[in-house]
Write a protein that binds this ligand. Structure first.
Ligand SMILES: [Zn+2]
Length: 225
């Protein structure tokens, strides 16, 4: 299964996108104790889901992924994939939902580089996080292909995975992602058909109790059979 997170921190208690550091570690330990093996998204795609592996992904590229989540993942040998909003990384931009310049900033390229060296993988989450289905063909292509080139230039490594903003996509968008040279793309939806360009993920949110987390895992296992 593939898990989808946004932020890990201990300064927001009522934010759906923020899972506390304690809960995040608890969830990892729970999975390991249940015999799930952590794999990278690359391995996951290559080896197919045996039902006993898990893969961790993050959307948007918040700085707390580096400051809080990264040390925890290192401790357990987890190699996540972080989907970057290319034109927000290394800038002063703040996500519309937040306002604190330090707590809510996006990753710096230097932080991306440091994680890269430690085996973290990066994917594209477009240039500016638009609803891809509402764009012209040309603009959508620029968001999909342009972000791939932009991130590759900044990190000096191939970008192979893509994440649709808001999980919104259709046949045309999926086709463009494929043509842009991505090996796969993730969604956060269990309805419809699944293939390499619509890999379903379990969204984990700040308000999810450990019980809710367990129910989500159970449902995901049911659906993937
Ligand atoms: Zn996003």
């Amino acid at each position: 299964m593939i898990l989808a997170y946004h932020r890990i921190n201990s300064w927001y208690v009522n934010d759906a996108l923020s899972v506390s550091a304690e809960m995040f570690e608890f969830q990892i330990r729970f999975l390991l104790r249940k015999g799930y093996e952590p794999v990278s998204l690359r391995q996951y795609v290559r080896e197919k889901d045996s039902g006993k592996v898990f893969c961790i992904t993050f959307d948007d590229g918040f700085a707390d992924n580096f400051l809080v989540a990264f040390p925890i993942m290192k401790k357990y040998g987890i190699k996540p994939t972080i989907f970057l909003i290319a034109h927000s990384i290394g800038t002063e931009k703040i996500h519309e939902k937040y306002k604190d310049r330090e707590k809510d900033r996006y990753l710096k390229w230097k932080e991306v580089q440091d994680m890269l060296k430690a085996g973290v993988d990066f994917g594209s989450h477009t240039l500016t996080h638009p609803k891809l289905t509402e764009l012209s063909r040309k603009d959508a292509w620029n968001e999909i292909f342009g972000s791939k080139k932009f991130i590759e230039k900044n990190i000096g490594q191939r970008i192979d995975f893509f994440c649709y903003p808001y999980g919104i996509q259709n046949e045309k968008v999926r086709e463009a992602v494929k043509n842009a040279g991505y090996l796969g793309a993730v969604i956060t939806n269990w309805k419809g058909k699944h293939d390499l360009y619509s890999l379903p993920r379990i969204g984990v949110y700040g308000h999810n109790s450990l019980f809710a987390f367990r129910v989500k895992l159970w449902r995901a296992n049911l659906f993937s059979r």
